[in-house]
Design a protein around this ligand. Structure first.
Ligand code: DQA
Length: 143
C-alpha cells in the first residue's frame, strides 16, 4: 500500500515557526519519523511540501491511480481553499486531514475546515503524533 503525505504553505518553516504552537520539530524530522513508522507498518510513503495552491492541486491530481490514501496538512489552505477541497473530492482517494495544532482551540478563522467534508476524518492537536496517528489509521484499515 502506498500513501502520499502532502504539506501546505509555511510548513517548511517548522522548527522555527511559532514553536510555542508547533513545537521545534522540523518538517524533515517529521518526514523521517513517518518514514520510520511507515516502514514498521509495511506502508510505502511519498512526502511533499509546497507553498503553492496549484502545486498541491497538481500533486493531488497526479496521485490518482498511484496512492491508496492521502494524508494532508494543507496549512492555512485548510480554512478557505475550495480548489483543494474539489481536488480531493475529484480524485476519490480517501484523505485524512491532519494538523499539528488543535485548530478548534485557536483563532476563529481556524475553526472551520473546508476540506473536512471530503476527508475521511480529521486528526488535530497531537503535534507530530497527528501525522503518525494518520499512518496508524491507514495501517489498521488495510490489515
Ligand atoms: C496547521 C493549522 C493551520 O491553521 C495553520 O495555518 C498552519 C498549520 C497545523 O498543522 O496546526 O499552517 O495546519
Amino acid at each position: 500500500m502506498r500513501v502520499f503525505v502532502l504539506n501546505g504553505p509555511n510548513l517548511n518553516l517548522l522548527g522555527t515557526r511559532k514553536p510555542e504552537i508547533y513545537g521545534t520539530t522540523t518538517l524533515a524530522d517529521i518526514e523521517q519519523q513517518m518514514r520510520h513508522r511507515a516502514e514498521q507498518l509495511g506502508i510505502a510513503m511519498d512526502f511533499m511540501q509546497s507553498n503553492h495552491e496549484g502545486s498541491l492541486i497538481d500533486a493531488i491530481h497526479n496521485a490518482k491511480g498511484n496512492y491508496q490514501y492521502l494524508i494532508i496538512n494543507a496549512g492555512a489552505y485548510t480554512h478557505y481553499s475550495y480548489a483543494i477541497r474539489d481536488a480531493i473530492e475529484s480524485v476519490e482517494i480517501p484523505a485524512i486531514e491532519i494538523h499539528l495544532s488543535n485548530i478548534h482551540a485557536r483563532e476563529a478563522f481556524r475553526h472551520d475546515s473546508v476540506l473536512a467534508p471530503v476527508c475521511v476524518g480529521q486528526i488535530c492537536g497531537f503535534g507530530v503524533k497527528s501525522y503518525l496517528l494518520a499512518l496508524q489509521y491507514v495501517a489498521e484499515m488495510e490489515n
